[in-house]
Structures are given as structure tokens and as C-alpha cells.
Design a protein around this ligand. Structure first.
Ligand code: KIV
Length: 304
């Protein structure tokens, strides 16, 4: 193994990312203008970030879904700033090209605008993120304006906002009445006006998301919001079949990694139990001469 730190270009080459240009918020805007779909997935660790970068993803969201799909909490409410920063740092070490967005956790931006700005800043200053996301509409405008004024790009999040699970009552789809849909559209326009560079729209009727996407000049990223958004995001653990508790209707599983993972663990347990692993191929040897010298030395010293 090399002991010298890899250069940035070595890392980029390893990532297969040399040919790809760094994705920024400007790229998001250009993609919307060109009607090119924006691709986004979540990641919480180094190997997933690396694989997403190599696959050519536009953006990685270190979502507060971390709480549920990695840390095993029942909702997103328990995840802390320290948890989020820890996982953002790992993702930033693995990904170079995608735009990296850190999700502001529950109570990191609601209590005061000052706290919101300070916590948003930590995602960039300490954890290698390039933008932050926060949930909510008109009630968050002051925080959004202040964070943007500090030079930090902000992505909004409307529709099903999981941090409000106790107010919403369940994870069911949102904005299905004309009144609620009108309110969501107004919130979206206000977030755009406040300076958001993009907007996640989660679990709302497809035609509403399409209408909102057409009315906004900033890109919308849909999850459970149909094909009319400017981009799409999914929780990676849902897409890979690694989250066991429930699968929302809008999730498409592109793989079932839980089964091969369990099979690999069972095979390991069986081989260790049956003394088949480790075998010679997976063991370290020393030369016969060194071994003989060791034994001779031990004999000479009277050891057993
Ligand atoms: O936390 C998350 O993963 C998210 C996405 C579902 C958009 O907010």
C-alpha cells in the first residue's frame, strides 16, 4: 500500500471523474434551462459517495434520512448536528464532482436565525459540504435569507417534510386539496424569492409538482412527485433494498442488496464454524528458515 497521500488528480482519476466537470449550483440552473434532468441520491459514507461519483451522479444529499436508514431511529428527529457533520465529512472524502448538500437536522435552524446561520456554516466550514437543505416554506424565509446572505447556497424542501411528522400525523402524501396545493405553490415562490437555488418536493401529486416546476426558475428535485420535476432524488438505501422497515410507494428498488449481504454473512459464519476460513490463501506465512530459527531459539531458551 502506498504511504504517500494521493494527489487531487490521482483521486479524480481513481474516481473516473477527470473528464467530468465539477457540478455547482450554476450547473443545476443550466440543466434546468436545457431541460436536462438533474440526478441526485443520498449517501452517508465514503464508499457510497465514491460509487455515486464514479457512476456519474450530479449531486449527493447527505440526508437526515441517515437517522432512519443508517442509525435505526424511528424518525428523522433524533439525528444531531454532530451526527450529520460526521457523515458529511466521510461523504466529502469520497466524492469530488457531485454537488454536495448537507441536510440541516431537526432543531438546528428552527430556534433562531443566528443558530440557523451558524449551523449552516458548519456544514461548509467543517464538513466539506457545498450547500445545505432545510425543510419548510413561509415560516423559514428569514432563516433562508440570512443563510444565503452568508454565502451559503440553500435548497428548500416542501410537501412531505419528515421533520414535521408529529404535526403531519403520518408519512402520507401532501397537498392533495386545491387549498393545500395553492399554499405549496405560494411557499415555493417565496423560497425562490428568498434565494433558494433549488427545491426538493416530496410526496405530492405529480401534476402539482409539474406546475410548480414550470412556475419556478430554480430547479425542482422530486421524490414521489412524478416526472415533471427538473430532477429526481431517492434515498439510496431504499433504491438498494437495504432499508427493511417500509418502502414508500414512490420508491423503485434497483437492487436487493439485503439478500446477498445476509448470504455472505451466513457463508462466513458457516466457514469459520467449520474451520474452512481462514485458509492458506488468506493467511500470512514466514520463511522456513525464520521459523526454524525461532524454534531453535525457543528450544535454547527452554521455552515450550
Ligand atoms: O433526508 C433525506 O434523505 C431527504 C430526501 C428524502 C430528499 O430529505
Amino acid at each position: 500500500m502506498s504511504t504517500t497521500a494521493p494527489t487531487l488528480s490521482t483521486k479524480l482519476a481513481q474516481n473516473g471523474a477527470l473528464e467530468r466537470k465539477k457540478v455547482t449550483t450554476a450547473t443545476f440552473r443550466q440543466k434546468k434551462e436545457r431541460a436536462e434532468p438533474i440526478t441526485m441520491l443520498t449517501a452517508y459514507d465514503y464508499p457510497t459517495a465514491l460509487a455515486l461519483d464514479q457512476a456519474g451522479i450530479d449531486s449527493i444529499l447527505v440526508g437526515d434520512s441517515l437517522a432512519m436508514v443508517v442509525l435505526g431511529y424511528p424518525s428523522t428527529l433524533s439525528v444531531t448536528m454532530e451526527d450529520m457533520l460526521h457523515h458529511c465529512k466521510a461523504v466529502a472524502r469520497g466524492a469530488r464532482v457531485p454537488l454536495l448538500i448537507g441536510d440541516m437536522p431537526f432543531m438546528s435552524y428552527q430556534a433562531s436565525v443566528e443558530e440557523a446561520v451558524r449551523n449552516a456554516g458548519r456544514f461548509l466550514q467543517e464538513a466539506g459540504m457545498e450547500a445545505v437543505k432545510l425543510e419548510g416554506g413561509r415560516e423559514r424565509l428569514e432563516a433562508v435569507r440570512a443563510i444565503v446572505a452568508a454565502g451559503i447556497p440553500v435548497m428548500g424542501h416542501l410537501g412531505l417534510t419528515p421533520q414535521s411528522i408529529n404535526a403531519l400525523g403520518s408519512f402520507r402524501p401532501q397537498a392533495r386539496t386545491a387549498r393545500a396545493a395553492q399554499r405549496l405553490l405560494e411557499d415555493a415562490l417565496m423560497l425562490e424569492e428568498a434565494g433558494c437555488f433549488g427545491l426538493v418536493i416530496e410526496s405530492v401529486p405529480a401534476r402539482l409538482a409539474e406546475l410548480v416546476s414550470k412556475r419556478l426558475s430554480i430547479p425542482t428535485i422530486g421524490i414521489g412527485a412524478g416526472a415533471g420535476c427538473d430532477g429526481q432524488v431517492l434515498v439510496t438505501h431504499d433504491l438498494l433494498g437495504l432499508f427493511d422497515r417500509f418502502t414508500p410507494k414512490f420508491v423503485k428498488k434497483y437492487a436487493d442488496l439485503r439478500t446477498p449481504m445476509q448470504q455472505a454473512f451466513e457463508a462466513y459464519i458457516a466457514e469459520v464454524s467449520g474451520r474452512q476460513f481462514p485458509d492458506a490463501e488468506h493467511s500470512v506465512e514466514m520463511s522456513d528458515e525464520e521459523w526454524a530459527a525461532l524454534l531453535a531459539g525457543l528450544d535454547g531458551a527452554g521455552a515450550h
